[in-house]
Design a protein around this ligand. Structure first.
Ligand code: ZN
Ligand code: ZN
Length: 372
């Protein structure tokens, strides 16, 4: 009986701790189509949704809507024309076939007017990198696909977090790193938009780094585990994975375009291994990526609850039942976001498992770094 009461209390506390689905809010809102010349006549779709939307029912509606893709192989790309004319050689953007969603705005004879974010890669003759565009493709290329109705993924380039939705509700929040573009490497920016996961690629190398459990969403762009290097113990000959180089950048832009995801478990038990094992292969799982252009994150409220281990814990946490803390220290002790800069909280570092909100100075840094 006592154990049952303890279990009930545990369930009540964990559900209370997950009450606020998307803790970080935008200072003001933008939609993907806010600068579009032509608008669609859909009741509601990704292109009309606020970037950073926290209303679970709106996010879920978009995550479960069918997606329109262009016919072709997973690595094929189509150049999109400025005019509905096969002789037109002015290209406004690039779309990856099979996995990238296109927003169909109008059909004009054999041609359709679409919008998307350009997926041009390094060396592409169409030098439009990750930018929103509207243009024409042949209508015969369009193909509508149903998507999974159990899970959906939201990636926010501004918050650098990946949100797992399950059956209409936010299920878990993970730290990620999307592409970090410099002036000389604009093709590293991860394009926003709607996608589906089309292939379970697995382990692949990137220079010295090993990227494991890659899930293909856009040609060479995968959702994969935060990269590791292999360290050999010269005495025993054993190899060990070292994640330290890339793990510290989770929560900010850092990759060449891929989406790196945390290896540590969230309080709900999710990490990249979980995504690899649980997401639907058929029908495909939808992934939406919110752009960061022109956006500014607001500071969380001062009374937002955080947690720590008074017994020499080094991290601050978003959940009293963080899986990275040994069981004998649970539940953790509550304090508030407003106290984070005061003793004894001022030295705590954000936990790499439960993705607590960053400190105010870090939010300033994110706002600065993410606005190209
Ligand atoms: Zn629409
Ligand atoms: Zn934690």
């Amino acid at each position: 009986m006592k154990r049952l009461a303890a279990l009930l209390l545990f369930l009540m506390m964990t559900s209370a701790a997950m009450a606020d689905p998307l803790p970080m809010r935008d200072a003001y809102f933008h939609t993907p189509n806010e600068s579009s010349e032509r608008l669609c006549d859909h009741d509601f779709c990704f292109w009309q949704m606020n970037e950073g939307e926290t209303d679970e029912s709106l996010v879920w509606e978009v995550l479960t809507q069918p997606i329109t893709v262009l016919k072709g192989g997973q690595k094929d790309q189509i150049r999109v024309r400025a005019k509905p004319d096969a002789k037109c050689e002015e290209y406004v953007g690039v779309v990856t076939c099979d996995s990238q969603g296109v927003h169909v705005l109008a059909q004009e004879g054999d041609w359709s007017l679409i919008e998307a974010y350009s997926s041009a890669v390094e060396g592409s003759p169409v030098k439009v990198w990750a930018e929103h565009f509207q243009g024409y493709v042949k209508t015969e290329l369009l193909q509508e696909k149903e998507v999974d109705q159990e899970y959906g993924i939201v990636i926010d380039k501004q918050q650098q977090r990946l949100f797992v939705y399950k059956e209409g509700h936010l299920f878990s929040t993970l730290l990620c790193s999307t592409g970090f573009a410099k002036k000389s490497t604009p093709f590293n920016e991860t394009p926003a938009g709607e996608y589906i996961i089309v292939s379970w690629v697995g382990l692949f190398p990137s220079g010295d780094l090993q990227c494991d459990m890659g899930l293909r969403i856009n040609k060479g762009i995968m959702i994969h585990e935060v990269p590791h290097t292999l360290k050999v113990n010269e005495q025993t000959g054993e190899t060990k994975k070292d994640y330290s180089h890339c793990e510290r950048y989770l929560g900010e832009k850092a990759s060449h375009g891929c989406i790196r995801v945390q290896k540590e478990l969230t309080p709900e038990g999710v990490n990249q291994t979980w995504l690899w094992r649980n997401l639907s292969r058929k029908p495909c799982t939808k992934v939406i990526i919110w752009d960061d252009v022109g956006r500014t994150l607001a500071y969380p409220d001062d009374d937002y609850p955080l947690y720590y281990n008074p017994n020499k814990g080094a991290n601050y946490h978003s959940s009293p039942y963080c899986r990275l803390v040994r069981e004998k220290f649970l539940p953790l002790t509550e304090f508030t976001y407003g106290e984070l800069d005061e003793k004894p909280f001022s030295k705590l570092t954000p936990c790499p498992g439960c993705a607590p909100m960053p400190r105010r100075e870090k939010i300033d840094e994110i706002n600065e770094k993410n606005n190209r």
